[in-house]
Design a protein around this ligand. Structure first.
Ligand code: PEP
Ligand code: MG
Length: 315
């Protein structure tokens, strides 16, 4: 059994009946990769680049960025790495951006929106990512955080394209983006759903506050419904739709996400074995059935309970 498990952990992710699901890791720096075993892993689904920028008085220069990105690209070998461009705002303050304080930072100038004030910061970052990507075996893709409209998605894809970064993707973190998923996919190469922010904005609960955990819960049928909208659009466009928020790391929820049509799951490396195991114990049809139960539930707790009942009935 041990040998079988060890062998299973080296395979790409899939359901019991062989439906392939790319499993990827979330990282903040090359150091996060040093301790991760990438065997059977499709690559990095979310490289949060803001760690390079945080606590800095001045913007990291082009050369410094190139070497930081190159270190990560070299470490992933011939896998895919999805680099998220700077996700800053009043909640993750970057003094050098010179942005004003805001009473509601979560509803303010954050993520891709910062490029309205400081477009050159994004352009330098894209140029550095493109430079680092030229000398690597990795497939490098960029994606933008906090996209709300197809115009923003087109603007980002166009900027990335100018630096030779093709098939740029966008994150779905705002309900408006999920509602407009088809329009976004006309201009973006893929969607990656950030369930941490998408829960916050869908349920109108601050993700930093611990007061309303039953509402700020990725099992909320409203959130699952928005994810289903994204995957329908992805199927129609023939493009990949991934989840890179905490929801992907929940071994009970991951099969539901796959049942909803998510093609890639990205999570911290330590969550990956349990998710891989969970997927391999369900057929795709099972995942789809459980997803329907969850969608039909009245709230998050009932969605969890309905899925647990379905799993027991099956077993
Ligand atoms: C998310 O919002 O789900 C996400 C992956 O981005 P972050 O947690 O960095 O905001
Ligand atoms: Mg986010």
């Amino acid at each position: 059994l041990k040998a079988r498990l060890a062998n299973a952990s080296r395979q790409p992710g899939s359901t019991a009946d062989g439906h392939r699901v790319d499993l990827m890791v979330n990282i903040g720096s090359a150091a996060d990769l040093a301790s991760a075993d990438l065997t059977g892993v499709a690559g990095v689904g979310l490289f949060r680049t803001e760690f390079l920028f945080l606590e800095r008085r001045t913007e990291p220069g082009f050369d410094e960025q190139v070497s930081a990105y190159r270190e990560v690209f070299d470490a992933v070998g011939d896998r895919t790495v999805i680099v998220r461009t700077l996700d800053a705002g009043a909640d993750k303050p970057l003094p050098f951006l010179g942005l004003a304080d805001e009473p509601n930072p979560a509803l303010g100038v954050r993520g891709f929106r910062t490029a309205r004030w400081r477009p050159e910061v994004l352009d330098t970052q894209l140029r550095a990512i493109a430079a680092a990507a030229t000398s690597t075996r990795a497939t490098v893709r960029v994606m933008a955080p906090m996209i709300s409209t197809a115009t923003e998605a087109a603007d980002f894809a166009e900027r990335a394209g100018r630096h030779g970064l093709a098939n740029a993707g966008v994150m779905v973190e705002v309900p408006a983006a999920a509602l407009r998923a088809s329009a976004l996919l006309q201009v973006a190469g893929f969607l990656s759903i950030g369930t941490n922010d998408l829960s916050q904005y869908t349920l109108a609960v601050d993700r930093q506050s611990g007061d309303l955990p039953d509402l700020l819960d990725p099992w909320q049928p409203a959130l699952l419904e928005l994810i289903a909208m994204c995957t329908r659009a992805g199927r129609e466009a023939g493009k990949s739709v991934s989840v890179c928020g905490e929801a992907a790391a929940d071994p009970l929820l991951a099969p539901i996400l796959v049942g909803l049509g998510v093609t890639r799951l990205s999570m911290s490396a330590r969550s990956l074995p349990a998710v891989r195991e969970a997927l391999s114990s369900h057929d795709l049809a099972d995942c789809e059935r459980m997803a329907e139960r969850a969608l039909a539930a009245a709230d998050a707790a009932q969605a969890r309970a309905a899925v647990a009942r379905a799993a027991v009935a099956r077993g």
